[in-house]
Design a protein. Structure first.
Length: 435
């Protein structure tokens, strides 16, 4: 009699998770990624001042350190998908977690504790592959383990927990803990969270069928496939370009928007930061919403209209409307929120790109996709510099609007028989290849 409730309860829970678009065997992986990314995001808004004010770095040296870290984030973003095909996503996640913890410990104990700057720079730089290995390998796991009808919602949940951790809840946690335990203590707390997140995901995920390497993975030759797929499959390349377009203007805004909204429009710094917080909180929840919408409206159509076109319109609104109405908080939040919600309209692209290739190439497709995601963090600031910075805000806005419209055109080439919005049945060769 005692066994009946125990048997029915997990079944009911699994059905609830399934209705929410969360594969029950992977559920604790999502929880683990959330906790891990909170730990990773703790430092996001105070590392640079810490290096300058507490460690004696020059501002340029601090900027170079963070830029080098970004290079390794991009490298890790590319390798995560490819290595997941060779080693399996679970092992790549473990490697990412170990990398993060080991190099963070070296950074804190030697670089910070003993005040050895070059060790701090090297350790922090090498730690850059940690979170892409952990998070993006789990993204591969989601794509291989989730059925097509649920995949858009599942990747929406992934970007929800990813964005909630880095930087939103991570920064919020730091704002509470720094006054209590100090900056170094907060770094160590972040390390504890990363360990906990890794343990939850690695030991809690029950799916083992998709945890290992792909059966058809070509050994270490898979690494070269992660690059050759760029010219072997032009549709994957087009998808990567659309992903690059997705957040390149957003990273550019991080550079120029503070000057535009405070100096041109007339907001105070505090008001500007409040606007940013509201907008990107809305973006987090929109990530989840568009995963669900994509599974019903279609992945390609969602990215085209809710992603590319909405971002183009939102970008023009957030630039021109505040100049007309002045520092009106509510209207500015509304205009910027249209752009921020449009950024989330690209979420189904994560499901669409790997679905365009046979199963054996999906790790490579995701490798190119995540590489594009990493590179957008560089391309945005670079374009700001090339196009004249905040003084040329109107030029930047129209260039980026044009990019989003180019992205809408490229989306028309991103067709997949697994896309819920496609009425095309796979041909016999495609079915064979997928097997």
């Amino acid at each position: 009699m005692m066994s009946q409730p125990t048997t029915s309860s997990p079944g009911a829970g699994a059905r609830l998770l399934d209705r929410l678009g969360l594969p029950a065997p992977l559920f604790l992986g999502f929880v683990g990624v959330l906790v891990f990314m909170i730990g990773d995001g703790v430092e996001s808004n105070y590392l640079s001042p810490f290096l300058v004010e507490q460690e004696g770095f020059g501002e340029q040296a601090a900027a170079i350190t963070i830029s080098l870290y970004g290079v390794f984030v991009a490298i890790g973003s590319w390798l995560a998908g490819t290595l997941s095909a060779v080693l399996g996503p679970r092992k790549v996640m473990a490697l990412g977690a170990v990398n993060w913890v080991v190099f963070e410990a070296v950074f804190l104990l030697v670089g910070v504790g003993l005040d050895v700057h070059w060790v701090a720079v090297v350790a922090y730089t090498l730690r850059g592959i940690g979170y892409p290995f952990f998070a993006y390998a789990f993204l591969v796991w989601i794509n291989t383990a989730t059925p097509p009808h649920q995949r858009g919602t599942s990747v929406g949940w992934f970007w929800f927990v990813f964005g909630a951790g880095l930087p939103t809840l991570g920064s919020l946690l730091a704002s509470w803990t720094i006054p209590l335990i100090g900056e170094v203590g907060t770094f160590w707390l972040a390390t504890v969270l990363v360990v906990c997140g890794a343990a939850i995901a690695l030991f809690g995920v029950r799916d083992r069928t998709h945890a290992g390497p792909e059966p058809d993975a070509a050994g270490w030759g898979e690494l070269s496939k992660g690059l050759t797929i760029i010219w072997r499959n032009p549709r994957v390349t087009a998808g990567a370009v659309v992903r690059l377009i997705n957040t390149t203007p957003n990273f550019a805004l991080f550079v120029v928007a503070p000057f535009f909204f405070t100096e041109t429009v007339g907001f105070s710094q505090s008001q500007y930061l409040q606007i940013v917080t509201i907008v990107y909180t809305a973006n987090i929840f929109a990530n989840l919403a568009f995963g669900i919408i994509g599974d019903r409206f279609g992945w390609k159509r969602t990215v085209t209209w809710f992603g590319c076109v909405t971002c183009a319109v939102g970008l023009l609104l957030l630039f021109y409307v505040p100049q007309v109405v002045g520092p009106n908080f509510g209207i500015t939040v509304l205009c910027w929120a249209i752009f921020g919600i449009g950024l989330a309209g690209f979420v189904p692209l994560t499901a669409l790109v790997p679905s365009m290739v046979p199963t054996r190439d999906r790790g490579s497709a995701l490798a190119v996709y995540t590489l594009a995601a990493g590179l957008s963090a560089f391309l945005g600031p670079v374009l700001v510099g090339l196009l004249g910075g905040a003084a040329s805000m109107s030029v930047l806005v129209w260039v980026f609007t044009g990019l989003y419209l180019v992205g809408a055109v490229l989306c028309q080439f991103l067709t997949s028989s697994e896309d819920p919005g496609q009425a095309v049945e796979p041909t016999a060769p495609e079915v064979v290849a997928a097997r």
